[in-house]
Design a protein around this ligand. Structure first.
Ligand code: EPZ
Length: 423
């Protein structure tokens, strides 16, 4: 397994290109199952998760051609497709569950392995399955697989009230509803930019969708969807991650492709902590106002609130802030695994259930640390940029799931960081 070695202390200056959003690409790709016509996605990020989903879709019968060094994926699924999503692929990545809605809508049946829990929580699928059952699907859990069938005449439109604004459930139901008979309304839908990006792509394919980006989405089912070409929206989590860099190193970075509308609540928070954010014609420029950021309190919420996927990165910054901060993780039940690793680097953090209290220290010390999940991995690299000495982040396969060429992007702006190939 590869490791990434960071030697802290350099001031970083320059431009960091932001890739297409992992969490948009992972829901846009299954949309190819909804049509026999080709779907071409551009501005694709080059990530191992994309490789995993490509493998799954090909196992279902999709033909997928990568072009432009992986930035373009041309996909098509014509004729009979296999409706069984095998455990050995789905277990690698929860987002594989996003083939459930499209398979049901296209084939009238789907057998999708439950993804199983992951490091950050149990992550059940009850909101997905209850929604699809409201549309007439019959779903049974057997041997760890969801066996789903739509009645002979296919899925029916329905009014669906979500108990929680689940991102994945919104995406699964939205895709299924495009081909259902009649009108579907999702109340308390997730509002993330990745949902709007999916809706934009589905509309290009001929879907009739209104209200995406708000809590109420309305879909008029159509008989079939056509071809489309669609650019993946900028990755707001990679953007937020790299916007934090000056907090650790000083200097000024410009995140190319950055857009304020993707990360409103996050920007307000980092400005309160003492980072100055300026819009340019190429993206967002960030620098630290003084020589140390200030403590701020953070609570994670569904969009447009503070994103849970930026909580670990924010905690790393607050470890060296002036003062004490309280972080509340409201989305996942176990998303503080980066805390003990940061403590190994000298951070002062105490965790009580879903609340972490962080008292900033003047300096962190480099240490060998363990990546536990995708966002925790990158928070350790950020901490290493400010730490005295050398930080070795192990198990960076987590990192490669969601950040393309992170060591290249950081070296390009002056960081002393390198990847060491594992045995
Ligand atoms: C998406 O996961 C993202 N993944 C996650 O990003 C992100 O953290 C999450 O949304 C929240 O923003 C992708 O888009 C591929 P949820 P998802 O359904 O759809 C509970 C990353 O680092 N829940 O909004 O799985 C669930 O257990 C990843 O890129 C149910 O209880 O998130 C969790 O506590 C991590 N029942 C909460 O809701 C359900 O049926 C949020 O889940 C579904 C979810």
């Amino acid at each position: 397994m590869d490791s990434i070695v960071v030697r802290g202390g350099n001031e970083l200056n320059g431009q960091i290109p932001i890739a297409g959003a992992k969490n948009a690409a992972l829901t846009l790709m299954p949309a190819t199952l909804l049509s026999e016509e080709p779907l071409t996605l551009t501005n694709m990020p080059r990530l191992s998760d994309i490789g995993t989903l490509t493998q799954l879709l090909e196992s279902l019968g999709a033909e997928i051609t990568s072009m432009a060094d992986g930035r373009v994926k041309a996909m098509s699924t014509h004729g009979k497709i296999n409706h069984v999503a095998e455990y050995d692929i789905v277990r690698k990545m929860r987002a594989s569950n996003l083939v459930l809605g499209p398979l049901l809508a296209r084939e009238g049946q789907a057998v999708v392995s439950l993804p199983g829990g992951c490091a950050i929580g149990a992550r059940p699928m009850d909101i997905h399955t209850n929604g699809l059952e409201a549309m007439g699907a019959e779903i049974e859990l057997k041997d760890g697989y969801l066996h789903a069938k739509a009645p002979l005449k296919g899925l029916q439109g329905a009014v669906i009230d979500f108990p929680f604004a689940s991102v994945g459930a919104t995406e699964n139901i939205l895709m299924a509803a495009t081909l259902a008979k009649g009108t579907t309304v999702i109340n308390n839908a997730a509002r993330e930019p990745e949902i709007v990006d999916l809706a934009d792509c589905l509309r290009k394919m001929g879907a009739q969708i209104d209200g995406d980006g708000t809590s109420t989405i309305t879909v008029q089912g159509v008989d079939r969807l056509g071809a489309a070409t669609h650019p993946v929206v900028t990755d707001r989590i990679e953007l937020g991650t790299f916007m934090l860099v000056p907090a650790f190193t000083g200097g000024e970075v410009e995140c190319l492709g950055g857009r304020l509308d993707l990360i409103g609540a996050f920007v307000e928070k980092i400005q309160a902590a003492g980072l100055e954010v300026t819009e340019t014609d190429k993206g967002l420029k960030v620098k630290r106002v003084s020589d140390r950021v200030k403590a701020v309190d953070v609570t994670t919420e569904p969009f447009p609130g503070f994103p849970t996927d930026l909580q670990a990165q924010m905690m790393a910054m607050l470890c060296i802030a002036d003062g004490t901060s309280v972080l509340e993780e409201k989305i996942f039940e176990n998303r503080f695994m980066h805390a003990p690793e940061l403590v190994r680097m000298g951070a002062d953090i105490s965790v009580e259930g879903g609340t972490a209290t962080v008292t900033g220290v003047q300096k962190m010390k480099g240490a060998p640390v363990m990546a536990t999940d995708l966002r925790a991995s990158v928070s350790l690299i950020l901490a290493g940029l400010a730490a005295e000495g050398e930080t070795v982040v192990n198990r960076v396969y987590h990192l490669d799931r969601g950040y393309e060429f992170v060591e290249r992007k950081l070296s390009a702006v002056g960081a002393d960081v390198e990847r060491v190939k594992g045995q």
